[in-house]
Design a protein around this ligand. Structure first.
Ligand code: PRP
Length: 215
């Protein structure tokens, strides 16, 4: 194995779990201190460069080949539908995509439903399946605020612990899809760096399930 591989990793909540998994699998790197802004980290032994990116950007780096592989939440994959290989469900970063609304909210099916979300594609597909006319209000964070202040009727967003919903008097109306983190690969990279990428996949699988096979 003599080729370097570039891995796009999500920063933030999922990033911490991913870094822990990589370290235990023998693919760790020296993590910078919190005030360090270094975006490229290296494991010289394994010949790996790690890019620290926004979770929603992982699929862009991998699809365009700037990164050979990446770890992305299924939410980001469903939203952007990148042309990449999905190599493995890592079973970490588990959460669900849900429709939520203020407690006790009743739908008026004669009105267009106003939906605030960071995931317009997922929301549109879901409500199309329900034959429901919607008006998407695309936001970039603090989605739970929208129905509280009258910007939207409902939200479509990630629910992990449920704390954000609870603390804002919202509740799940419907679970849309279960989410977990996936190992993805650029299609051309997978042809040219098969050995290196399969070695990484098997090391992660061995750490997760105690054997050298993917699930
Ligand atoms: C995500 C998501 C919810 C929250 C759910 O937001 O959009 O707001 O986490 O997690 P919980 O069920 O454990 O409370 P994130 O922390 O990414 O911040 P954001 O509001 O900036 O999107």
């Amino acid at each position: 194995m003599d080729k370097w591989i570039n891995i796009a990793l999500p920063k933030g909540r999922l990033g911490k779990k991913v870094n822990d998994l990589l370290r235990k699998s023998g693919y760790g790197y020296e993590e910078p201190s919190d005030d360090n802004r270094k975006l490229v980290l290296v494991n010289e032994d394994k010949k790996i460069r790690f890019f620290q990116v926004k979770p929603s950007d992982v699929t862009i780096y991998v699809e365009r080949g700037a990164a050979d592989v990446g770890i992305a939440g299924e939410d980001i994959i469903l939203e952007h539908e990148p042309d990449v290989y999905e190599l493995m469900d890592l079973g970490i970063g588990k959460c669900r995509m849900a429709e939520a609304a203020p407690k006790g909210w009743h739908e008026n099916s004669e009105r267009t439903l106003r939906v605030a979300t960071k995931f317009p594609n997922i929301a549109r597909t879901y409500f199309d399946g329900e034959n429901r006319d919607i008006d998407i209000i695309e936001l970039h964070g603090s989605i739970e605020l929208a129905p509280i202040v009258g910007l939207s009727d409902v939200i479509v967003d990630i629910v992990e612990t449920g704390t954000t919903l609870r603390e804002n008097d919202l509740e799940v109306v419907e679970t849309i899809v279960q989410i977990s983190a996936r190992l993805i690969a650029n299609k051309a990279s997978f042809q040219f760096k098969t050995e290196e990428i399969v070695a990484l996949r098997d090391a992660l699988a061995a750490e997760l399930w105690g054997k050298g096979e993917s699930k």
